[in-house]
Design a protein around this ligand. Structure first.
Ligand code: PBG
Ligand code: ZN
Length: 324
């Protein structure tokens, strides 16, 4: 091969910050970021999550003022996770008209009507066993869980949720939720499917954040991290079931999967930078090993470059406060 040098000198476009900015290919703004939040009922004060420095459980009674603070900083969307004090075998609090799932959406929409509320739709924070559905012996009963997912989605939509985001990893969950929403008159409410969700060790800190009761693992319903073909299949199945947007979770260790799904579908693709990815950056920075701000921007930029349109990240508020 003949060299293109000295005609080709890529450094010509890197000489100044202005040139570098002009030729930058990938960017993210606050329009692309969703802040996941943890809301606990029946407590008075914020509870720091030790494995996620800087993240706290929000007392339900301070949710409205907290959302106003996010909105002032420029946050456009949040994903709600409840920390429930009402656990049972099925997670029935999730579909109660005055249950925590519904209250989170109504409080947020009352406080800041334009804040986009994505309602995480699952049961693991509301079941006494910590699994993402109804148990049948040692296994999660897929089809019995579908019925309950439909009920929870309708309850959230009634309370004002803008987007339903099922994360239970049950087969057929998108179809079941779409039908339930449509039957209840919510044909206009989109489903952001956690369509390719891996059984990842990177969810570790989230289990503390959500106060998970889980013993064991979710490997019989979440995906094997080693499977690339199946990862694409899972997302395409959700598209066929009626998903409006797809998601890959976690994000940083699965950039190849984000790219595969971007190329296999025309739907918007989201990626979730999960609790363990957050913790690695925070603790690495606290130890003085890496520059937090730069690593945050590099990782989020990489997720966008891989093909994500939207990113769920616990760093969203830091970036908003920095003016992005
Ligand atoms: C479960 C759920 C998980 C996360 C959100 N919802 C994973 C799990 O516990 O298996 C993880 C989010 C994170 O780690 O930031 N429905
Ligand atoms: Zn779950």
């Amino acid at each position: 091969m003949t060299s293109q040098f000295p005609q080709a000198r890529p450094r010509r476009l890197r000489r100044s910050p202005e040139l570098r900015g002009l030729f930058q290919e990938t960017e993210f703004t606050l329009n692309d970021l969703v802040l996941p939040i943890f809301v606990e009922e029946e407590i008075d004060d914020f509870v720091p999550i030790t494995s996620m420095p800087g993240v706290q459980r929000i007392p339900e009674k301070k949710l409205a003022s907290e959302i106003e603070r996010y909105a002032r900083a420029g946050i456009k969307s949040v994903m709600t996770f409840g920390v429930s004090h009402h656990l049972d075998a099925s997670g029935s609090d999730t579909w109660k008209e005055r249950g925590l799932v519904s209250r989170m959406s109504s409080i947020i929409k009352d406080a800041v009507p334009e804040m986009i509320v994505m309602s995480d739709t699952c049961f693991c924070e509301y079941t006494d066993h910590g699994h993402c559905g109804v148990m049948h012996g040692a296994h999660v009963d897929n089809d019995a869980t579908l019925v309950n997912l439909g009920k929870q989605a309708v309850a959230a939509a009634r309370a004002g949720a803008d987007v339903i985001a099922p994360s239970a990893a049950m087969d057929g969950q998108v179809q079941a939720i779409r039908r339930a929403l449509d039957d209840a008159g919510f044909t206009h409410i989109p489903i952001m499917a956690y369509s390719t969700k891996f059984a990842s060790a990177l969810y570790g800190p989230f289990r503390e954040a959500g106060g998970s009761a889980l013993k064991g693992d979710r490997k019989s319903y979440q995906m094997n991290p080693m499977n690339r073909r199946e990862a694409v299949r899972e997302s395409l199945l959700d598209e066929q079931e009626g998903a409006d947007a797809l998601m890959v979770k976690p994000a940083g260790a699965y950039l190849d999967i984000i790219r595969d799904i971007r190329e296999a579908s025309r739907l918007p693709v989201a990626a979730y930078q999960v609790s363990g990815e957050y913790a690695m950056i925070k603790f690495g920075a606290q130890a003085g090993a890496i520059d937090e701000d730069r690593v945050v921007r590099e990782t989020l930029g990489s997720i966008k470059r891989a093909g994500a349109d939207l990113i769920f990240t616990y760093f969203a508020m830091d970036l908003a406060l920095a003016g992005i």
